[in-house]
Design a protein around this ligand. Sequence first.
Ligand SMILES: NC(=O)c1ccc[n+]([C@@H]2O[C@H](COP(=O)([O-])OP(=O)(O)OC[C@H]3O[C@@H](n4cnc5c(N)ncnc54)[C@H](OP(=O)(O)O)[C@@H]3O)[C@@H](O)[C@H]2O)c1
Length: 255
Amino acid sequence: MDVKKLFDLSGRVAIISGGATGLGRQMAEGLAEMGANLVLCARKKERCLAAAEELQKHGGQVLALGCDVKVPSSIKEVVDATVKKFGRIDILINNAGTSWGAPVETMTLEQWNKVIETNLTGTFLFSQAVGKVMISQRRGKIINIASVAGLRGSSPTLSAIGYSSSKGGVIIFTKDLACKWGVHNIQVNAIAPGWFPTDMSDKVIERNREVLLAGIPLGRFGGPDDLKGAAVFLGSDASDFVTGHTLVVDGGQSA
Ligand SMILES: NC(=O)c1ccc[n+]([C@@H]2O[C@H](COP(=O)([O-])OP(=O)(O)OC[C@H]3O[C@@H](n4cnc5c(N)ncnc54)[C@H](OP(=O)(O)O)[C@@H]3O)[C@@H](O)[C@H]2O)c1
């Protein structure tokens, strides 16, 4: 097949949790630019509606829904609404995420649980609900947003052990699910971004800017186009023989 066709997403249907802001928004834009229809969902529905209005300019249809990835019934509503409108689901990006900064000694169980439930359990619940549709279609692409924080330990100045643990969990979840669902022709991969300025990371980047930059061989933070290629590749036919992989996009930070 022609390589441009392999990357083409015309008419494909993609759900992106947390797709109204930050990295989710960037990946949604990349998929829309390649022709995909989108479903954006997050707790703040009004931000999804605003993003949907802008992303529609690329020509595809965009559905904006409220959703809490910690709540199975809320995920089911998104899946049902997507199937009702589009009749299928080709791509799921489990991007919704949160973090909590506190030393290990003082982090409360409530803080730990909130991060694990959003980042890891939310990824499981959404994959399970969408997977049922993908299994019946005998095709699908699941892209889990991990982090370089899930690859190795970090210094005591970056105190977010719940976050690192959740992202390490997302990486092994990705590998295991890839092994389980290869038989259904579903590719399951992860992206591990390095530092990108967003609502979630802005304060940490501001406090540690020079130290962080010194650890990034390309000498800069991730920008507004740096994740698009990875998302389009893993969402398209170009990656049909790639599964269980974690694609690191970090300017060389983990090299
Ligand atoms: N920025 C970085 O440097 C970096 C690096 C590595 C990995 N990541 C990962 O990239 C992903 C996106 O983060 P970001 O940096 O783009 O930050 P962000 O702009 O704060 O995005 C997080 C998104 O997740 C949504 N969300 C949070 N909790 C949710 C829940 N319970 N249910 C549904 N949606 C929820 C938020 O929307 P609502 O508040 O409206 O729900 C928001 O749209 C996260 O998984 C993060 O861990 C970021």
